[in-house]
Design a protein around this ligand. Structure first.
Ligand SMILES: NC(=O)c1ccc[n+]([C@@H]2O[C@H](COP(=O)([O-])OP(=O)(O)OC[C@H]3O[C@@H](n4cnc5c(N)ncnc54)[C@H](OP(=O)(O)O)[C@@H]3O)[C@@H](O)[C@H]2O)c1
Length: 205
C-alpha cells in the first residue's frame, strides 16, 4: 500500500546505481513498492532482472527497469541518461549508491584498483549527478533529489591500510555533496527554469 507521504512519488522515476545487491537492491525494491519506476543499473543483470520479476509478481504498483551500465565508462553513463530522458520523463530521484571497495592500500595497492575506485566512487557519482541535474532542469522538476551513499570512511580514517584509498574516495563524496549543496544555492537565480530544489543528502552507512 502506498503511504500518504509517498503518494506524490507514484509513477515518478528513480535511478539507483549499483542495484544488483545489498543496499542498492533494497532501496530499489522499496521504491518500486511505493509506486516508483526504478531504473536499477549494474554491470551484471541477473539479480536485477529477478528483482523486476519479483516486484511484478508481488503486485507492487511501481516498475523495476533493469539497465546494464558500466559506471567506470562515461559513454555508458551518458547513454543510460539519454535513454532515461528519451524513453521516460527524465529522472526525479538519483541515488548514487554504486561503490567499489578494492583492498588496494596506498603502499602496495595497484594503480588499476585505485582507478576503479576513483572511476566508480567519484567520477561516476559526479557524472550521474550532473546528468540528473540537467534532466531535472529540462523537465522542470522542482522537487527532485540527489542522494549520495557515503560511508563512515568518508568521515574518519581507520587504521586498516586496505581501506585507505577507499576512504579517500569517500572523503571526496563528503566534499562533493557539500559542494553540490553550495552550487545549488548559487544556481537558481542564474538559470531560466525557476527554482530547482534538489536536496543533496548524504547517507552515512
Ligand atoms: N555494505 C556496507 O557495509 C557499506 C558500508 C559503508 C558504505 N557502503 C556503501 O554503500 C554502497 C553500497 O554498498 P553495498 O555493500 O550495498 O554494495 P556492494 O556489495 O558494494 O555492491 C556494489 C554495487 O555496485 C555495482 N557496481 C560496482 N561497480 C560498478 C560499475 N563499474 N558499474 C556499475 N555498477 C557497479 C555492483 O554491481 P556489478 O558488480 O554487477 O556492477 C553492485 O550492485 C557503496 O557505495 C558502499 O561504498 C556500504
Amino acid at each position: 500500500m502506498v503511504r500518504p507521504s509517498m503518494e506524490r512519488w507514484g509513477d515518478r522515476l528513480a535511478l539507483v546505481t549499483g542495484a544488483l545487491v545489498g543496499i542498492g537492491v533494497a532501496m530499489a525494491q522499496a521504491l518500486v513498492q511505493q509506486g516508483l519506476k526504478v531504473v536499477g543499473c549494474a554491470r551484471t543483470m541477473g539479480n536485477i532482472e529477478e528483482l523486476a520479476a519479483e516486484c511484478k509478481s508481488a503486485g507492487y504498483p511501481g516498475t523495476s527497469i533493469p539497465y546494464r551500465c558500466d559506471l567506470s565508462n562515461e559513454e555508458d553513463i551518458l547513454s543510460m541518461s539519454s535513454a532515461i530522458r528519451s524513453q521516460h520523463s527524465g529522472v526525479d530521484i538519483c541515488i548514487n549508491n554504486a561503490g567499489s571497495g578494492r583492498p588496494d592500500s596506498l603502499l602496495s595497492g595497484s594503480t588499476s584498483g585505485w582507478k576503479e575506485m576513483l572511476n566508480v566512487n567519484v567520477l561516476a557519482l559526479s557524472i550521474c549527478t550532473q546528468e540528473a541535474y540537467q534532466s531535472l532542469k529540462e523537465w522542470n522538476v522542482d522537487d527532485g533529489h540527489i542522494i549520495n551513499i557515503n560511508s563512515m570512511s568518508g568521515h574518519r580514517v581507520v587504521p586498516q591500510s586496505v581501506t585507505h584509498f577507499y576512504s579517500a574516495t569517500k572523503y571526496a563524496i563528503t566534499a562533493l555533496t557539500e559542494g553540490l549543496r553550495q552550487e545549488l544555492r548559487e544556481h537558481p537565480p542564474h538559470i531560466q527554469i525557476g527554482d530547482i530544489q534538489m536536496r543533496p543528502t548524504e547517507q552515512v552507512t
